[in-house]
Design a protein around this ligand. Structure first.
Ligand SMILES: [Zn+2]
Length: 315
């Protein structure tokens, strides 16, 4: 072996060492690129193991550790998911209930029944209810005098009816919400009308048949000038309750019946304008020196008008 040959061997050696160094450092560079993760694996039988791995995919990590899933087993997270450092892979039976964990976490404040009831479905129903609309009472005071008054029902009241549509929400057959959607009046209520009248009524609200005293306290006047007017059985003269029956109970008759104040007892005969009339009627407006002559119709009563005449008691 000459010097030249030795030199070339040395070069080959140096090259070889360099090549080895390159390979070693190359592997080193490659190794530092492979990040090691610490992963905890929990098996279905609750056995726990901690492994170091460069893999990030669940299926590969399990494969590296010779863990094979049985047919009824699954992994959490799933086999094809990627995981990072300090994560846990759990092997569980496929019928494993994720909700059990939720329940376990919340049992401190709620019972299982309460949680299940929260998950139960809510049902909705549209229901209609009929509701009575009560009538109102309207009181009209038509009394003209102070003193005794009486109430008279002019119109009886009638209740109305309305139909209300609700949206009702139920949970486990318990009503939890009720919203009014619409309301339709089926029947309007009829208001009750009450009239307050004086006990001694004027003719305009009907002949008063309650005052039938026959002239107690007669003043003794048997002749004088009276304001003489006329009336008929119409509603203008006698009100809606007019029935043609006088305060004395007789049927009012034109040419005979007059209304006068209590200064003349019922049955008193009066001579007016040469004709003889009988006091058979009373009226709230007939006070003092007033006489009202009964006539068959309103036009005749109007035609009479108002006259001041001598009135004389006839015995
Ligand atoms: Zn009249």
């Amino acid at each position: 072996m000459n010097n030249k040959e030795r030199a070339s061997i040395s070069i080959i050696k140096i090259l070889g060492v360099c090549l080895i160094l390159l390979l070693v450092t190359g592997i080193g560079v490659k190794a530092t690129n492979m990040k090691l993760s610490n992963v905890k694996i929990v098996l279905a039988n609750d056995y726990e193991m901690s492994v170091m791995t460069t893999k990030t995919k669940v299926s590969e990590i399990l494969e590296d550790n010779h863990i094979v899933l049985l047919e009824d087993e699954i992994s959490i997270p799933s086999l094809d998911s990627e995981i990072s450092d300090n994560k846990t892979i759990k092997i569980v039976k496929s019928d494993y209930n994720m909700e059990e964990e939720i329940v376990a976490e919340t049992t401190e404040t709620q019972t299982v029944e309460e949680i299940l009831s929260n998950y139960s479905t809510i049902t909705e129903k549209i229901i209609k209810e009929q509701v009575v609309i009560p009538f109102e009472t309207i009181t009209k005071d038509v009394s003209e005098t102070v003193g005794n008054k009486k109430e008279k029902v002019i119109k009886e009241g009638e209740n109305g009816l309305k139909e209300i549509t609700y949206q009702v929400k139920y949970q486990n057959d318990v009503e939890i919400e009720k919203i009014e959607l619409s309301s339709v009046v089926i029947k309007e209520p009829v208001n009750k009308i009450v009239q307050v009248q004086s006990v001694v009524t004027s003719r305009s609200t009907g002949i008063d048949r309650t005052q039938t005293t026959s002239g107690a306290g007669v003043s003794g006047v048997n002749k004088g000038t009276f304001k003489v007017t006329a009336y008929c059985p119409c509603s203008k003269c006698c009100g809606s309750s007019a029935n043609g029956i006088t305060a004395s109970g007789t049927r009012a008759t034109a040419g005979r019946t007059v209304a006068a104040s209590s200064q003349f007892p019922l049955g008193t005969k009066l001579k007016i304008n040469g004709n003889i009339y009988v006091v058979e009627d009373r009226g709230g407006a007939i006070q003092g020196n007033k006489i009202d002559i009964y006539m068959n119709n309103h036009s005749q009563a109007l035609a009479w008008g108002v006259k001041y005449l001598q009135v004389e008691v006839v015995n």
